[in-house]
Design a protein around this ligand. Structure first.
Ligand code: PEP
Ligand code: MG
Length: 757
């Protein structure tokens, strides 16, 4: 045997050092070498163990005891193993080895707590062939305990199972050595596991599971962890599920670990920041690339430092089916990533719209690129094949309008207006929010196109009524083709987007009739497509900044925070004329027999506002007691005071989750910097919704949703289970929402029936 050191640090270990450092030691060394942040460790080599056997003088005695042993005789085997282990434990470790170990330990910091693990070393043999000798001693602190733990690992080579195993495999006891890994123990504050690629499909998406405390909680399954999905192609977090984490495992002094309850305030908070997800995913990719096969990794984070504790191949996918290589080679170069705001794929030439002057440059089939879209841009948006913005999130104006137009859109890309050039040909995937270079997305998933199926097969009947959000008259036909049970939200401000003038402009220029007529015609176009089904039209709710560039917009007040400003019913109650014109349009429709028209008031925070709006309508000549009037629940106060609204006579309430989330969590829905914190399923949001649903049910009032969350199947499942009466979704989401509602209803019925039996 060549002269090898007693101790090797991870950085000194090479792949072919298995005979000296064992499988485990070599694997840690390799991980360290490729740049994975492995906790510091050194290995007490097989040569040190061999020297111990020789210099302590136990070699002959030890192997003598094991020769000609009948391993099938359990009693004999057990007794011999016990004696052999005692021989090893009683032997004196050579001073020089002891000294090397202690020096190395001291280098780590002599109060460092370490894990001491056996690492089998027979050449050409994988670890698995050494079942029974993988002893591990955790929480080892101090020189004496460390030396004892190392000796215990050595002794474990002569445990009954290990001897039996070797005999059965035909290995000589003398021929097998053992190395011992001494590794700094990471007391993870958060930890978990991750799959470098999707464990079932092999897609290049890294799945990370995370929970508080030590990793055992996730590995053993005692806690349901957060789940984060990171797309390695786009380098974006594409999904996250924040679980309710009840317990964590923490170190218990010297006694190992203990299970403790997680304090309430941490139970529902996300374990990982975006930065941490990105770093973890980067390490997963390094491991997968290095081993050339998808990896299952264990990780821990302490004091902001990430450690990779283990990496091994995922057994559920073969590297061939991972599809990783084919995918990344076939897809065009990614130029930008934002939020997928409106599904569909389109290719075209870029036109950058910096100001209103540029709008006329957008021709049919162009890709319109703007910092953020304004209502005055809608005529150009109608022509565009796709829309890309720098700013905004899933519920911003650009996203909502694009969805209705059926135009693919990526919003919140941060730098599209700087990165892209006029005339440059790009392809956008509006489902994923990715902008690719060039004209063809070879591997494009064409199913991402919005598919409006209508009722090709037998209709799915749901007790929950499934309505659609539609505001642009040109989208009415597509909306009705979904077979929706009505319109759950028609936004007046979007209906008048194409007019280019603010309502106040019409008033100031004595063109009230023109405005009333525009509203009347637009609403009628939608209602005619829905033939007697309920259509809820919402009174104006345009933040002042959205009207700024329209004719008359210069008169709009400058507000520090338009989202919290003069919008919704609060503005209409002060701008009586503006409200009156809308009511005149409604009256015209009612007078023509459109009794299915219901009116919804936005941004209502107190029942007095509903009472005042109803009072004004009455003053303007509406038979308010015989008309359907309701409110948006989009300020927490309206959910909290829902009983008072019911007492004030609302006939329906509809959750405007786009705003309810931003006002509950103090997250600006248009701000891409905080988009990752915008959580529809935040427990506070769910609590408000649940309470309001329950009170509406008790009060016999229809309860609906028309915010973006109503287009999310997972959310809709929860809403139906919680008792919502109707859901209003985007045109492209109707069929999957209908299916979700139907499945959920069936399950509720089935569960109830099973309970009875
Ligand atoms: C909402 O807030 O959820 C909503 C539907 O209204 P808007 O998006 O127009 O604010
Ligand atoms: Mg709203």
């Amino acid at each position: 045997m060549s002269k090898m050191p007693d101790i090797m640090w991870l950085a000194e270990i090479k792949k072919d050092d298995i005979p000296s450092v064992g499988g485990k030691g070599a694997s840690l060394g390799e991980m360290n070498a490729v740049g994975l942040p492995v906790p510091p460790a050194f290995v007490v080599t097989a040569q040190a163990f061999r020297r111990f056997l020789v210099e302590s003088g136990i070699e002959t005695e030890l192997f003598g005891k094991l020769e000609n042993l009948d391993v099938e005789d359990a009693d004999v085997l057990e007794a011999s193993a016990e004696k052999a282990m005692k021989t090893v434990m009683d032997a004196k470790m050579p001073e020089s080895i002891k000294k090397s170990i202690i020096e190395s330990y001291t280098k780590m910091g002599d109060t460092t707590v370490v894990a001491v693990r056996s690492s089998a070393t027979a050449e050409d043999l994988p670890d698995a062939s050494f079942a029974g000798q993988q002893e591990t001693y955790l929480n080892i602190k101090g020189e004496n305990d460390l030396i004892e733990a190392i000796q215990k690992c050595w002794a474990s080579l002569y445990g009954a199972r290990a001897i039996y195993y070797r005999a059965k495999q035909g290995f000589e006891d003398r021929g097998v050595d053992i190395a011992v890994v001494v590794q700094k123990l990471v007391y993870s504050e958060k930890s978990g596991v991750m799959f470098s690629s999707h464990p079932v499909s092999g897609e290049p998406t890294t799945i990370i599971e995370a929970s508080w405390g030590l990793g055992e909680a996730v590995v053993s399954g005692i806690v349901s962890p957060d789940n984060y999905v990171f797309d390695q192609r786009t380098h974006r977090v594409i999904d996250r599920y924040i679980a309710n984490k009840i317990v964590e495992i923490l170190p218990d002094g010297d006694k190992g670990t203990k299970e403790v309850d997680i304090p309430k305030d941490r139970q529902d908070s996300p374990v990982l920041s975006v930065e941490e997800i990105e770093k973890l995913a980067k390490f997963a990719k390094i491991a997968e690339d290095h081993y050339d096969t998808p990896q299952d990794l264990e990780w821990g984070i302490v004091g902001g430092t990430i450690y990779i504790l283990q990496s091994r191949p995922i057994t559920t996918i073969t590297s061939k089916s991972s599809g990783k290589k084919e995918k990344s080679e076939d897809t065009g170069k990614i130029l930008l990533e934002g939020q997928g705001a409106s599904p569909g794929i389109a290719t075209g030439a870029v036109v950058i719209v910096n100001s209103i002057k540029d709008l006329s440059k957008v021709k049919d089939g162009n890709i319109m690129v703007a910092k953020m879209t304004n209502p005055d841009m809608v005529p150009a948006m109608r022509k565009a094949a796709a829309i890309i913005t720098d700013e905004g999130g899933m519920t911003c104006h650009a996203a909502i309008v694009s969805r209705e137009l059926g135009t693919p859109a990526a919003v919140g890309t941060k730098k599209a207006t700087h990165m892209l050039k006029n005339g440059q040909v790009v392809t956008i995937d509006g489902e994923k929010g990715i902008v690719f270079e060039g004209g063809e997305l070879k591997n494009a998933d064409k199913t991402a196109q919005p598919v409006i199926t209508g009722f090709a097969q037998a209709p799915i009947i749901t007790a929950t009524s499934i309505k659609v959000n539609v505001s642009l008259p040109e989208a009415a036909k597509r909306a009705a083709a979904t077979g929706a049970d009505g319109v759950g939200l028609l936004r007046i401000e979007h209906l008048i987007l194409g007019l280019g003038k603010t309502p106040q402009w019409y008033i100031r220029n004595n063109k009230e009739d023109e405005f009333i007529n525009e509203l009347y015609t637009g609403i009628k176009t939608v209602m005619d497509e829905f033939n007697g089904k309920p259509v809820w039209v919402r009174t104006l709710d345009a933040p002042t900044d959205e009207f700024r560039n329209m004719k008359g917009g210069e008169e709009e007040p400058e507000e520090h925070n338009p989202m919290l400003g003069w919008r919704g019913i609060r503005r209409d109650l002060q701008s009586r004329d503006q409200f009156r014109l809308q009511v005149e349009a409604f009256k015209k429709l009612w007078n023509e027999g459109y009794d299915n028209l219901g009116i919804m008031f936005p941004l209502v925070g107190h029942p007095d506002e509903f009472i005042a709006a109803k009072g004004l309508m009455k003053e303007f000549g509406v038979d308010v007691e015989n008309r359907v009037l309701g409110i948006m629940v989009e300020i927490p106060s309206s959910a909290i005071l829902i009983d008072d609204f019911i007492a004030a006579g609302i006939q329906f309430a509809s959750f405007g989750t786009n705003d309810l989330i931003q006002y509950t969590l103090a997250i600006d829905r248009n701000n891409q910097n905080v988009a990752y914190m915008y959580r529809p399923k935040h427990p506070a949001v769910l609590k408000l919704i649940k309470y309001a649903i329950e009170r509406c049910r008790a009060g016999g009032v229809e309860c609906s949703i028309c915010g973006q969350a109503g287009s999310d199947p997972e959310m809709v499942k929860w809403l139906v289970e919680t008792g919502i009466t109707s859901v209003s979704a985007n045109i492209d989401a109707i069929s999957k929402i209908r299916e979700t509602a139907a499945k959920t209803e069936k399950k509720i019925i089935l569960d109830a029936a099973r309970k009875q039996h």
